[in-house]
Ligand binder design. Sequence first.
Ligand code: URA
Length: 257
Amino acid sequence: MSLILDQRQQAMLREMKVRYLQAPQRALAAPTVQKPVAQLAEPAPATVNFVAEAPQSQVQARAATGIELMEWDALAKTVAECRACALCNGRRNTVFGVGDRQADWLIVGEAPGEIDDLQGQPFLGQDGLLLDNMLRALGLNRRQKVYIANVLKCRPPGNRNPEPQELAQCEPFLRRQVELLQPRIILAMGRFAVQAMLQSTEPIGKLRGQVHRYNGVPLVVTYHPAYLLRNLADKGKAWADLCLALEVLEQPPVSGS
Ligand code: URA
């Protein structure tokens, strides 16, 4: 597939280490064929396809816990002291989230890894380096216009997969973070983040390429950076997901939405 890439898109591909071929010099000289050809990359869909948010009746019944009224500091303290599931027994730190509390972008991962648990911050490992490259590709970094959080605030022992009831138990913290932050776009990375936020068991491949909503905020699904490190060929798809998220962000707000 060939794409016409503007300079920003080419920079995004370079930051994410997605290889693309510039059309040969000879062809570039010809006025009509100035087309760099992307390898691996899929284009973002031409039209932004919004998916209706699951009605509240389909979303798990939420008991009033007080979390929904907390401000940032109270919420962070409640997370730090949380003993609602067994993950608290093995954690060294909770990982609340990091970044700009006025951010347009909310990046949601799955759960802290070992180094994150040690230091109390998300995405400090190799997958975090790729995430940083992805953010740089968007002209962002993790301290400006971006907030990064996980659906699980504690590390599952040995990095095992999160249990559904652990995700359900922790999700109200993320929901409140979204309410406080009011981001303009959410990028949900990886199966567990996506399934917890969208209440869906569909694979990522089926949920990509559409704009979902979480608590009314547009949400774009993409692969987890740890998955991308193991499956380099899918970096192009992640790039298309970033393009879609950027496209949503750049759309003028629709009044009443
Ligand atoms: N570290 C995080 O904070 N989240 C992930 O999903 C993976 C590693």
